[in-house]
Design a binder for this molecule. Structure first.
Ligand code: DGT
Ligand code: CA
Ligand code: CA
Ligand code: ZN
Length: 583
């Protein structure tokens, strides 16, 4: 949870009332965390409140030599306001900041967590970050501290979840669900020739700030009027003739751009972004004497406007092949297109199997047979069934006896469902001490072993890296599942030494998973780095019920954003090739 460190400045004041109030409030927080007498903190907060409400610019008044009378501000605090007004910073504030780790102030921002709790977890358990606090609460370690309880743990977890919901961008899974019906209905509006999703959702970013739609229409006014009647639309905020925002009754803002059909191509490129991609294209256009905008290409010498109705025409005018939206990140794709080195990105049709699925034998919902039939119906040739190993208690991990029984059931189903195949796998716990949850001779009996870290997440980076490497180096381990442990908007990635992990994965031929559940792990930039380092990756749903098999599609999206090609991935192989590869 980053916080603004510097104060914003305008011309006439060194520091705004809001920033001044924020600094005073922060001083109050830090004094309490440090265990100072309560009235000091109260005094700072009271003045902060007065500054925030003051109708004129407090700093400007101080600088003019007319300091305002603020309730509660005695000589000492007035001197501090004066220092802030003159310089924009406050030495006392900096000194406290040096004594209080940033993470403690983040913890204090969790709804329901007060300074007393912050001080307790910091002094008794050496917890200095929200992430460490979450882990401790989840593992039930707070209740042993005098003054804290099981109830505190529950409240903290609740507060962290609430905080994440307030401040987070929308998960792509949710954005897809929201937008699908809306686009279909807008398509049916009279006068709409075409309508497409643009912006970050079209680029398939894991999280979405707002939704962007582009519609090609003959008559914007008519379409905007028609929109008003749609059930999902709360309000149309029309702005001019070619852009409008619609607010949904429930959900994020939707920007709807409209354009004439013959300028569709430049509009779609523009509103798909990213910004950096657009800047790169515009630079190339300028070199050729054109000014490129969503409206078209203005010939700089003559003022003539050239239109493109299709995206592919836009790129062609610059001598480029069409660039897939997923890699329009402004980090090398235009150059690669120019030199003919664009990757052939993996596509949904390349996927042949799913390397991470669960059943009701551990924490899944559906039976093995139901999962297999659903996967077959989706067009897959095989799934790897990867129920949990014993030490993951919450998931009722399988004992060796249960694994044997499961093998019998899988053999029976494979006869029945052929040519569809269920490969017998396991999701193997990498324990806190870097040992694995089944002995080697048992691992050898599985078709595919995927290993993952679920516990001991608060360990130092070096130990976490050691655990990942121990699994990668074990000849029986074929895949590291959700390697960073992140969950979008909920849990930060583990601080592994990624270059070492990627190199070891490449050397030992252990694949790294791209998990399409709301973990979206590895993320796109790590997956791209892994691919560059020569590591193999795989695409998996981590489905715990049949509906979640579709999550694999998000792994494909992410792999495309990571510039990955089909031959760098496991799930694009046939079952036989996969078995050959992991043997
Ligand atoms: P988001 O909404 O934060 O998930 O990210 P985007 O990429 O959807 O950003 P958004 O909604 O602000 O704008 C959609 C696209 O429109 C963006 O990818 C590129 C284009 N665009 C918007 N504002 C600007 C701008 O100021 N300059 C340029 N060059 N392009 C812009
Ligand atoms: Ca957007
Ligand atoms: Ca937008
Ligand atoms: Zn799993």
């Amino acid at each position: 949870m980053p916080r603004p460190r510097s104060v914003s400045r305008s011309d006439d004041a060194v520091i705004s009332n809001a920033d001044m109030a924020r600094i005073f409030n922060e001083i109050g927080d830090m004094l309490e965390i440090l265990g100072e007498v309560v009235y000091k903190a109260v005094a700072y907060r009271r003045v902060a409140d007065a500054v925030e409400r003051y109708p004129d610019d407090v700093a400007a008044l101080f600088r003019r030599g007319e300091p305002p009378k603020l309730p509660g501000a005695g000589a000492a605090l007035t001197a501090k306001l004066a220092e802030l007004s003159e310089t924009g910073s406050l030495e006392y504030h900096e000194r406290l900041r040096a004594q209080v780790p940033d993470g403690l102030l983040d913890i204090l921002r969790i709804p329901g967590v007060g300074p007393k709790t912050v001080r307790l977890v910091s002094t008794e358990l050496a917890i200095h970050s929200v992430e460490a606090l979450r882990a401790a609460a989840e593992e039930g370690r707070l209740r042993h501290v005098k003054g804290l309880s099981q109830r505190t743990e529950a409240n903290i977890l609740d507060g962290i979840a609430r905080l994440a919901r307030q401040s987070s961008r929308m998960l792509i899974h949710d954005a897809d669900a929201l937008v699908a019906g809306l686009v279909e209905r807008l398509r049916d509006v009279r006068g709409v020739h075409r309508i497409e999703i643009a912006g970050s959702l079209r680029r398939r970013r894991p999280t979405i700030g707002d939704l962007d739609l582009l519609a090609a229409v003959d008559d914007p006014a008519g379409v905007i009027a028609a929109l008003d009647g749609l059930r999902e639309v709360d309000r149309v905020v029309a702005a001019g003739t070619d852009k409008t925002s619609i607010l949904l009754a429930d959900g994020p803002r939707v920007d709807l751009m409209v354009c004439p059909p013959d300028a569709w191509g430049t509009h779609l490129v523009h509103f798909t972004g990213s910004k950096d991609h657009n800047i790169a294209l515009r630079g190339m256009a300028l070199d050729r004497g054109w000014s490129l905008s969503e409206k078209g290409w203005k010939v700089i010498d003559t003022g003539e406007l050239l239109l493109d109705a299709e995206e592919v025409d836009v790129y062609e005018r610059l001598g480029l092949p069409w660039i897939p939206p997923e890699i329009r990140g402004g980090d090398g794709e235009v150059e690669a297109a120019r030199t003919g080195e664009l990757p052939t990105l993996v596509a949904p049709g390349d996927v042949r199997g799913d390397t991470h699925t669960h059943s009701d034998w551990t924490d899944g919902v559906d039976s093995i047979e139901t999962m297999a039939r659903a996967a077959r119906d989706r067009g897959l040739e095989y799934i790897v069934l990867t129920d949990h190993s014993p030490s993951l208690g919450i998931a009722r991990g399988l004992t060796p006896e249960r694994v044997d029984e499961q093998a019998v059931e899988i053999a029976r189903l494979n006869t029945e469902l052929a040519p569809f195949r269920i490969l017998h796998g396991t999701e193997l716990e990498i324990r806190a001490d870097a040992t694995l949850d089944y002995p080697d001779e048992m691992l050898a009996r599985f078709d595919v072993v995927i290993a993952s870290i679920h516990t001991g997440r608060g360990q130092p980076a070096e130990q976490l890296t050691r655990r990942a490497l121990a699994a990668i180096e074990n000849p029986h381990v074929d895949v590291i599942a959700h390697p960073s442990g992140r969950i979008v908007n909920r849990r930060d990635p583990l601080p592994l030494d990624w270059p070492r992990v990627f190199e070891a994965a490449a050397v030992h031929g252990t694949a790294l998973e791209i998990n399409g559940s709301p973990r979206l792990d590895l993320d796109d930039s790590l997956a791209r780095a892994a691919g560059r380092a020569g590591a193999r990756l795989t695409l998996a749903s981590d489905a715990h019920r049949t509906e979640e098999l579709e999550q694999q599609r998000y792994a494909v999206d992410l792999a495309r954003r990571a510039w990955l090609q089909p031959d760098q991935l496991l799930a694009t192989r046939s079952a036989d090739d996969l078995l050959e590869l992991v043997r």
